[in-house]
Design a protein around this ligand. Structure first.
Ligand code: ATP
Ligand code: F6P
Length: 477
C-alpha cells in the first residue's frame, strides 16, 4: 500500500459504498469511476450491480415489475439485492476486498437500514453516495443515451423503451426517500454536484471517495496526451536527464500546432507540461495558456539517471532483472517506481477530472500512468505499454467508457520502448510504421494518419474507439 498517500490507513478498514438514487441518475457511472480510481491507487475495489443479479431471473422487465404493489416483482428484486450483498460480504471476507460498492437504487430508508445492518454485523463501515437530479432534460438524455440500449430493452424500439423507462422511474418515485438519516455517513450529490451535502464522515478513505465524487462532471470534453518531441537523450538511448530536443524533436514541436488543431478544432484548451526542458520546448509554438507541473516530471531513475539500458544491465544486473520481474513496484535506487509516480499523479488526475479540455505534454512513464487511469489498464501491464513519440492521443469520456483516437505526425523518431527481459533496443524508428501522407490531411501538411484509417482517408486521422470502464456491452443496470 502506498505509504505516502495515507491509504495505508485502509489496511484495517473495509467500506461498503452504497449508491442511492432514482434510475438514470448516473449511479453506475459514478460507481465504476470510484472503482477505477481506487484500483489505480492500489485499493482493492469492486462494484456489485444489483441490476445484473436481477437480470439473471428477469432479463427484460417492463415498468410494472418495479411497482412496489407487484408482490412477485418485490420478491425478485429483494432476492437480487440479497444475492449482491451476500457476494459482496464474501468478497470482503475471502478476497481481501477493501471498498465494495453496492450499485442499486437503495432508495428507501428500510432498504438502507437493512444494508447497514448486514454490513455492520460483519464489522464493515458503510457510506452512502446519493445522486439526486431533477433536471428533466438531463434525465431524458440519460435515458436515450444509455437506457434504451441497455440489455433490458434488447431488440426494442428505442421510443418504446424510453417510455417504459420513464414509467419505471415513476414507480420508483412513489416510494423514493432521499437520504437524510442523521446517523448515516453520506454524500448527496445534487444536480451533478452543483450542490453537495456531506454527513458524518469518519475516516480518510471516505474523505477521498467523497472528494473524488464531488469533482466528477459530465460536461463533454476531451483530454489530449503527447510525449515531448524526440530528445537528445532519446537519440543516445539514455534515460532521464534534462536534455533538449533533437532536430527531429524540434520538428515535432513545430508541427504540433497543426497536429493539435486537427485534433482539437477551434476549442480553447489548457496546456500542461512538466518542468523539464524537453516538454517546455515541445509546446513552445502552441499559444494556449500553459501551466508547468513538477508532478508531471519523468519517473526518477535515481542512480541510473543518464545511463542507457545496456549500461544499467552491466552495472546493476540484479536491479535490471528485478525491474523486469515487477516493473510497477521496482523502485530505482535513489529514484522512483511506477507506484510512486501514481501517488504523485493523484492530484493531477483529480484536476483532470474537475477540468475541461486539457492537453498534457509529458513523459513516457507519466503518460503510461495517466493513460492507465483513463483506460483502466492493470498495473502489471501499464509500465509495458508502448506510448510512441510524435503522436497525440485524444481521450474523450463517454457515458460508459473512454473513446481513444491517435493522431500521428509523420516525423521519424527513435522508439524508446524496451520489451520485458530484453536488453536494450533503443533506436528502432517509429517512423518505419508511419504511412505516407494521405490526400487532404490537415494540420499544415503534418501527417495525421494511422494504420487503421487508410480506408477512410477523408478523416485523415486515427479512430480507435476503446471502451475503458467495462460497462459497455454488458452494462449492468
Ligand atoms: P439505473 O438505476 O437504471 O441503474 P443509474 O443511476 O445507474 O441508472 P447510469 O446508468 O449510471 O444511471 O446513467 C449513466 C448516465 O447518467 C450517463 O448518461 C451520464 O452522463 C449520466 N450521469 C452521470 N452522472 C450523473 C449525475 N451525477 N446526475 C445525473 N446524470 C448523471
Ligand atoms: O433501473 C433501475 C435498476 O438499475 C434496475 O436495473 C435494477 O434491477 C434496480 O435498479 C436495482 O435497484 P433495486 O434493488 O432498488 O431495485
Amino acid at each position: 500500500m502506498a505509504s505516502n498517500f495515507g491509504f495505508e490507513q485502509i489496511e484495517d478498514s473495509q467500506i461498503c459504498v452504497v449508491m442511492v438514487g432514482l434510475p438514470a441518475r448516473g449511479k453506475s457511472l459514478i460507481a465504476q469511476k470510484i472503482v477505477r480510481y481506487l484500483k489505480w491507487l492500489s485499493v482493492n475495489a469492486k462494484s456489485f450491480n444489483v441490476g445484473s443479479y436481477r437480470r439473471a431471473d428477469t432479463p427484460h422487465p417492463t415498468a410494472d415489475f418495479f411497482d412496489t404493489e407487484n408482490v412477485e416483482g418485490e420478491r425478485l428484486r429483494r432476492a437480487a439485492a440479497e444475492a449482491a450483498v451476500n457476494d459482496m460480504l464474501r468478497w470482503f471476507e475471502h478476497e481481501g476486498g477493501h471498498v465494495g460498492i453496492l450499485d442499486a437504487t437503495n432508495s428507501t430508508r428500510s432498504r438502507r437500514a437493512w444494508i447497514e445492518e448486514r454490513c455492520k454485523s460483519k464489522g464493515y463501515d458503510v457510506m452512502f453516495v446519493e445522486s439526486k437530479c431533477d433536471d428533466e432534460e438531463l434525465i431524458m438524455n440519460n435515458i436515450l443515451e444509455v437506457k434504451t440500449t441497455s440489455p433490458d430493452y434488447i431488440g426494442q424500439d428505442p421510443e418504446v423503451a424510453a417510455r417504459d423507462f420513464r414509467d419505471r422511474i415513476r414507480n420508483y418515485e412513489k416510494v423514493y426517500e432521499t437520504i437524510d438519516e442523521p446517523h448515516l455517513t453520506y454524500v448527496k450529490l445534487i444536480n451533478v454536484s452543483s450542490q453537495v451535502i456531506i454527513n458524518q464522515v469518519s475516516n480518510y478513505l471516505q474523505t477521498r471517495i467523497i472528494y473524488f465524487t464531488m469533482n466528477l462532471h459530465i460536461t463533454p470534453r476531451s483530454i489530449w496526451l503527447s510525449r515531448h518531441g524526440e530528445s537528445e537523450f532519446n537519440v543516445l538511448g539514455k534515460l532521464g536527464g534534462d536534455a533538449g530536443l533533437s532536430p527531429r524533436g524540434m520538428s515535432y514541436a513545430e508541427a504540433l500546432p497543426g497536429l493539435v488543431k486537427a485534433s482539437v478544432g477551434v476549442k480553447d484548451i489548457t496546456l500542461w507540461t512538466s518542468t523539464m526542458k524537453r516538454t517546455i520546448q515541445t509546446t513552445k509554438h502552441l499559444t494556449y495558456p500553459k501551466k508547468q507541473w513538477k508532478a508531471l516530471d519523468e519517473l526518477d531513475a535515481g542512480v541510473c539517471d543518464g545511463l542507457t539500458y545496456e549500461e544499467i544491465e552491466k552495472k546493476y544486473p540484479e536491479d535490471f532483472r528485478a525491474r523486469d520481474d515487477d516493473k510497477y513496484n521496482y523502485r530505482y535506487q535513489g529514484g522512483e517506481s511506477y507506484r510512486d509516480v501514481v501517488i504523485r499523479l493523484e492530484p493531477i488526475i483529480m484536476e483532470m477530472e474537475r477540468g475541461s479540455d486539457i492537453m498534457v505534454v509529458t513523459h513516457q512513464a507519466i503518460l503510461r500512468c495517466i493513460y492507465a487511469y483513463f483506460m483502466n489498464v492493470p498495473q502489471d501491464q501499464s509500465p509495458w505499454m508502448e506510448i510512441p513519440l510524435h503522436t497525440v492521443i485524444k481521450l474523450t469520456p463517454r457515458a460508459y467508457g473512454t473513446q481513444e483516437e491517435r493522431f500521428r505526425a509523420n516525423i521519424p523518431a527513435v522508439s524508446t520502448f524496451r520489451a520485458k527481459y530484453t536488453s536494450a533496443n533503443m533506436g528502432g524508428e517509429t517512423a518505419k510504421r508511419v504511412k505516407p501522407p494521405v490526400a487532404g490531411a490537415q494540420a499544415n501538411g503534418v501527417i495525421t494518419i494511422n494504420d487503421d484509417v487508410e480506408t477512410a482517408p477523408q478523416k485523415a486521422r486515427a479512430v480507435s474507439v476503446v471502451e475503458s470502464l467495462g460497462l459497455n456491452g454488458d452494462k449492468t443496470v
